[in-house]
Write a protein that binds this ligand. Structure first.
Ligand code: HEC
Ligand code: HEC
Ligand code: HEC
Ligand code: HEC
Ligand code: HEC
Ligand code: HEC
Length: 501
């Protein structure tokens, strides 16, 4: 088949070969990925983004080559008459061939590219793409996500909204992120709160909504102490999430804050909302208003000038619905409870805590140091155990490392205290940011720290001597090791945030 003379030039021919090769590679890789269900995120990147770009470049080279060719041939004419558009004459066999070819190829191209761009869209919204492509950057989030209650909820359901504006916004910020990763110019750790995360109304409330009734929930927790027997200490709590009907009064429970008739606003001195100094409660039905100020750290005029007002929503308690980084005592307890670390090995919790006290800066150095410190701990403090149980100690070391890598990510500088969890009060102040008995209105109404406000303890103690509460009653908290009344007089964080810095 003959084509116009201008087609026969190196640029156009090279362009054609590039386009055809890219096209067949796309088809080939596509078949591989479909037939063998293989390839992972990198193949997706190649099929839907890299090769199509190469193909388009190839196709653009064709007309570019032709134009250069025409210009070169008609140089003389150009000088005398100026630029002229080429004449397309369908009576000419060559022109007709070129025209038919152009129409057919364009048609196939448009058809395929509509499928391709849809696939590229689906691919760029996939968990694979978000979670594994820039592996080391997203490793902390992806690892913890896979263990969370939301492991089947796509990243984009929480992180990207619906509609064209969110689409454009997320792809633009995505482009910037690709640039940041390729130039190795991104923050470690990734800062939170994420400035452009969608409001909770558009994310969480798609699937969970405030009007939905949540009843109380039993929370059962197994802790292990750092003594010879790794003594187990259990706590069962009834979390008062939903309303509680008494004969006298109605108490609404924890989700009272998101009751649609109520608005809680607050201001904090820092952008992580760790130090909340001013809280305002408005009852939208009755118009009742209370303003609480922190008596321990009284807000002054510079505070009011700088602080931003925020209305409380799900995220102010559930800021870690998907990426939960546990602290060393918590993840070692988890492993002991699950039997992954043998709890009959004397002092293993203590040894693990000794090894996990320090911060490590790479995975390799963590592996090395954890092994070394556990061995060292036994060798210096319990040489007999070190000798008799050498194999058990080695097995446990492997598990301690494994637990560490599920929760600490030294390359990204991520661990439990970098992203404090606001739901609770043990290792970061969470609820006690407001509920500390020191946030008070002018007339002395405080945000309560009463231990039975949010939960009641129904069981506590060692498994063989567990204390039980009578039905509907609660136990007074007993701290697992004797610290007198310190647990009442101080915040839990005053010790627990510093046990394993
Ligand atoms: C259930 C909703 C949800 C899902 C699903 C989810 N995230 Fe998140 N993500 C959040 C919230 C909430 C934050 C914390 C926001 C804040 O504190 O400002 C967050 C924070 C992050 C951060 C910031 C650093 C950090 O650890 O806090 C990154 C990065 C991130 N998510 C990536 C991902 C990736 C990748 C996926 C999918 C593999 C994913 N997220 C799935 C809700 C979600
Ligand atoms: C696409 C639907 C979806 C979205 C969006 C979603 N969730 Fe969930 N959520 C679920 C499912 C499914 C479960 C699992 C229920 C179970 O395990 O019983 C769950 C469980 C939970 C739980 C209880 C389990 C736990 O971790 O303690 C909490 C709390 C929760 N979600 C909060 C949130 C918050 C906060 C957001 C917004 C950042 C959110 N969810 C967004 C579907 C969703
Ligand atoms: C004042 C803090 C706070 C706010 C605000 C809040 N929650 Fe909760 N929520 C809790 C606590 C505490 C629990 C009990 C957690 C537990 O036992 O682990 C809980 C439990 C839940 C559960 C699990 C219920 C179950 O039965 O397992 C879901 C789902 C949930 N919240 C969703 C939401 C959503 C959606 C919002 C926003 C509309 C929201 N929460 C706002 C503190 C809060
Ligand atoms: C931004 C401040 C703030 C934070 C953070 C906060 N609360 Fe509250 N909470 C309040 C205020 C204000 C009240 C009403 C106090 C009053 O009665 O004067 C309240 C009341 C309550 C009540 C009593 C509701 C009723 O039935 O009257 C419960 C239960 C509660 N909060 C649980 C929690 C839990 C659990 C957390 C942490 C996950 C938490 N709160 C975090 C501000 C806060
Ligand atoms: C404002 C609400 C609130 C108040 C007041 C409160 N707690 Fe809690 N408490 C929580 C929440 C929320 C959690 C975390 C539940 C979770 O992790 O799902 C928690 C967790 C706990 C736990 C389990 C610790 C762990 O390892 O996670 C204990 C023990 C406990 N509280 C004791 C107390 C004691 C003692 C007091 C009184 C000094 C108290 N709480 C006051 C809301 C409260
Ligand atoms: C004076 C310091 C101090 C204060 C205050 C304190 N603790 Fe502890 N707590 C400790 C020490 C030390 C341990 C023992 C750690 C070990 O043996 O592993 C411990 C252990 C625990 C454990 C069992 C093991 C674990 O690490 O999970 C729980 C549960 C606990 N504390 C809850 C609380 C709660 C809830 C509060 C606040 C109401 C609180 N503590 C206040 C010092 C303190």
């Amino acid at each position: 088949m003959k084509l116009p003379k201008s087609f026969y030039n190196w640029t156009s021919i090279v362009g054609t070969s590039i386009a055809i090769t890219a096209f067949f590679l796309i088809v080939f890789f596509f078949c591989v990925s479909v037939l063998f269900n293989q390839g992972g995120s990198y193949l997706g990147l190649v099929i839907y983004i890299v090769l199509p770009i190469v193909m388009i470049i190839g196709m653009l080279l064709i007309p570019i080559g032709m134009i250069i060719q025409i210009r070169r041939r008609n140089k003389q004419l150009f000088i005398s008459e100026g630029m002229k558009w080429p004449k397309v004459d369908l009576n000419d066999q060559k022109h007709r061939n070129a025209f038919t070819l152009f129409v057919i190829v364009s048609f196939i191209f448009l058809f395929l590219s509509s499928i391709g761009s849809y696939e590229a869209f689906v691919y760029s919204e996939s968990n694979q793409f978000c979670g594994t492509l820039c592996h080391s950057v997203m490793e902390p989030e992806y690892t913890t996500y896979q263990k969370s209650a939301h492991a089947r909820v796509a990243c984009v359901e929480c992180h990207v909204g619906e509609g064209a504006d969110w689409f454009v916004r997320s792809k633009l910020s995505g482009l910037y992120q690709v640039y940041a990763v390729t130039t190795n110019n991104f923050p470690r750790p990734i800062p939170t709160p994420i400035a452009n995360l969608r409001p909770a109304q558009e994310t969480c409330e798609h699937c969970h909504w405030p009007e939905k009734f949540y009843s109380k929930r039993t929370k059962f927790q197994r802790n292990f102490l750092t003594d010879k027997n790794n003594t187990e200490w259990n706590i069962t709590q009834l979390m008062k999430i939903g309303p509680d009907h008494h004969t006298q009064q109605l108490s609404e429970g924890i989700h009272w804050h998101i009751n649609p008739d109520i608005k809680i606003e607050f201001m904090s001195a820092d952008d992580k909302n760790e130090f909340i100094q001013w809280v305002k409660y408005t009852n939208l039905k009755t118009g009742e208003v209370h303003i609480y100020e922190d008596m321990m750290m009284e807000p002054d005029s510079t505070f009011y000038a700088d602080a931003k007002l925020r209305t409380m929503d799900c995220m102010d308690c559930h800021n870690r619905p998907s990426h939960v980084y546990l602290s060393p005592p918590d993840y070692i307890d988890e492993y002991l409870a699950a039997g992954k670390i043998d709890k009959s090995l004397p002092f293993i919790k203590m040894a693990a805590m000794e090894a996990l006290k320090d911060s490590y800066f790479t995975k390799d150095s963590a592996n090395l140091m954890i092994a070394q410190k556990v061995k060292e701990y036994y060798a210096t403090n319990h040489p007999d155990i070190a000798k008799d149980k050498a194999d058990d100690i080695l097995t446990s070391i492997e598990k301690i490392k494994e637990a560490y890598h599920q929760n600490s990510f030294p390359e990204m500088r991520v661990k439990w205290d970098v992203y404090p969890n606001h739901k609770g009060h043990l290792e970061s102040n969470g609820c006690f940011r407001c509920h500390d008995n020191y946030h008070s209105t002018k007339d002395g109404r405080v945000i309560s720290k009463d231990c039975n406000l949010c939960h009641i303890i129904t069981e506590q103690g060692k498994p063989d001597s567990l204390q039980h509460a009578l039905y509907g009653k609660q136990l007074e908290f007993k701290h697992p090791i004797d610290i007198g009344t310190d647990w009442k007089d101080y915040n839990c964080t005053d010790c627990h945030a510093y046990l394993y810095p």
